[in-house]
Every structure is written in C-alpha cells, then in structure tokens.
Design a protein around this ligand. Structure first.
Ligand code: CLF
Ligand code: SF4
Length: 298
C-alpha cells in the first residue's frame, strides 16, 4: 500500500483493475450490457453502438436481461479466477436505465458476495441514484465529464432529456453540468470513489480539460481518465461534430503531462466494450456469450 494512502481507500482499490494501475496486472473485470436506454445525446455517439462515455465506440455488445446477466457473471466467475469487479457501462446510461442496473446488481450481489460493483454514467440521473448506490455497496462510480463550461457543452451535447422534457443548447448543458457536479459531491460526501472520464475532442474541449481537472479535483474525484475521441462517422461522430478528428497519441500524452499535479490521472485505460470480460487489454467476451452458458444457475 502506498504509505500516503488511507487504508479504507486501499481496501477499495487494491483489487480493482481500473482504479489501481498495479491491480490491473492481476485482477479482471467484466461488464454486462444490461442498460440500453440513454437520456442524453452526445455528438460522438450513435445509439446503435456502445456508449462511448466509457467504452470503445463502434462495437455492438450483447444485450442481456438482469437474469441473463446473472447467469453470465456466474459462468465467468467459475472460469476466470481473477474476476473481482462487475461493471455496468451501458450500452446506454446505467443510472438512467436504473431498473435493469439495480436488478442486476441485487441479483449478482446475492449470489456472489465478494464481487465489487462498479458503474459508469453520464451523470444526469446520478444524484437520484446515490442513496441506492450506497445501499448496494457500490464503491466505484465513473462519471463522464467533458466540460464545466456549458458553452463548450453545447458543442458536445445537442440535447438532454430531463424531468420529462427535452432541453437543447446551453440550457441543456447547464443542467447536465450542475447534475454532474452535485452527483460528484454527493458521492465524495459518502466516501464512494469516483473516476472522471473525459473524452478529448481536439479544438473543442482539449484545452478546457485543464479546467475540468481542477473542478473535479476540488470535488474529491479519485482519478481522472482522459480518453481520446475515437472518430469514425460510421460509428458515431456526427451532428455538430461531423468531420471531427480524434487526437493523435502525442497530443493526448502532451495533455496528460500538463495535467500532472492535478487530480490523479489514470493512464492504463483500454476503452473496454460494454460486454468486456477479462484482464484489461484482453477481451474474453466471446468465450462467454449467452449460448455458451449453462441454462440454469445452480
Ligand atoms: Fe468497467 Fe469502467 Fe468499472 Fe473499469 S472499465 S465500469 S471502471 S470495471 Fe476501466 Fe475499461 Fe477504461 Fe473503463 S479500462 S474503459 S476505465
Ligand atoms: Fe451515447 Fe453514452 Fe452519450 Fe448516451 S451517454 S449519448 S449512450 S455516448
């Protein structure tokens, strides 16, 4: 354990492959794609594919019901001894598609007591879920935060759906920003570890991510993960971002270097699929498709 680290924090991260760089050599995570619905539109997302907030865009994950997800988790747990974390990262938004997310976590926690539960969200519905996340002992939450200035947000998000209506432009981005910040503050107040994912979009929010890093650090974020936009019109980037390029590897690294000294950076993210299985960087998802799992949970 690094000596400056609190032991309660250490207990939470020591076997989480994303929250601890060390752990990713030894521990595996799996995702179940149980949450297809989403409440916002990102200009880099095409709903046919996985949520790009957390995952590699341009792939279609196998969607599961909570019962199918339970079967899959048990199947994987029996075959992959390093499995320590179950994450729900879409393919839409796990906090918005809450019935599916909650049912999955409850079923899995009942069968496998020591698995860590992890969730990724765009943050809009997050403040409404913090109490239940805490009750279910979810200790790891990722929020995708691409801006703290709604004028920049308006270039990234054409609309959001909130409180039974659609909002657009700066108004939409303002609501999203306020909900992201209050969700983060609520999680920090409860001691739930947070990772902030930011999609680096050259010319749109690249410089601005320095400001984002400051805001999230002040609100207790445990890690900041700056991910490159993966730009491919066939797989998403459209509306206001059509023709938008992703950053070059050198540009990403230069930005990450400038962020050193702020909120601690995650640099080992592999932009997983919403149905990824295994150690980071290996994807054994195809070995555990539904048709290969036992029919019944025994
Ligand atoms: Fe999954 Fe995300 Fe939890 Fe990890 S992935 S929900 S925090 S268990 Fe990890 Fe994959 Fe990067 Fe995500 S390497 S995309 S950071
Ligand atoms: Fe797509 Fe995810 Fe954005 Fe929703 S939050 S629009 S699923 S990238």
């Amino acid at each position: 354990k690094p000596h400056e680290m609190d032991s309660a924090v250490w207990e939470k991260i020591k076997d989480h492959p994303c929250f601890s760089e060390e752990a990713h050599h030894y521990f595996a995570r799996m995702h179940v794609a149980v949450a297809p619905a989403c409440n916002i539109q990102c200009n880099y997302c095409n709903r046919k594919y996985d949520c790009a907030n957390e995952s590699r865009p341009g792939v279609v994950s196998e969607r599961l019901t909570p019962d199918q997800a339970l079967r899959k988790v048990i199947g994987v747990a029996n075959e992959v001894p390093q499995l320590s974390v179950l994450g729900i990262a879409g393919p839409g938004d796990a906090c918005y598609d809450w019935k599916n997310t909650k049912a999955t976590f409850q079923r899995v926690a009942k069968e496998i007591a020591d698995i860590k539960l992890c969730i990724s969200t765009n943050g809009l519905a997050l403040p409404d879920r913090v109490a239940e996340l805490a009750e279910m002992n979810v200790d790891h939450v990722t929020i995708t935060i691409n801006m703290v200035d709604p004028r920049i947000g308006a270039k990234i998000y054409p609309w959001i759906f909130y409180d039974n209506r659609r909002y657009t432009g700066v108004e939409a981005a303002t609501i999203l920003h306020e909900r992201q910040m209050s969700g983060l503050e609520m999680l920090t107040a409860r001691g739930i570890l947070t990772k902030i994912n930011s999609v680096m979009i050259p010319g749109v929010n690249d410089e601005h991510l320095i400001e984002v890093n400051k805001w999230v650090k002040e609100r207790g974020a445990f890690l900041h993960n700056v991910m490159p936009l993966i730009s491919d019109p066939a797989h998403g980037t459209h509306y206001g971002l059509s023709g938008q390029r992703g950053p070059k590897a050198m540009e990403l690294k230069a930005l990450q270097d400038r962020l050193e000294g702020g909120a601690k950076l995650m640099r080992h993210c592999r932009q997983c699929r919403a149905d990824a299985v295994g150690l980071l960087g290996e994807d054994r998802g195809q070995e555990f498709t539904l048709d290969r799992l036992p029919d019944k949970v025994t």
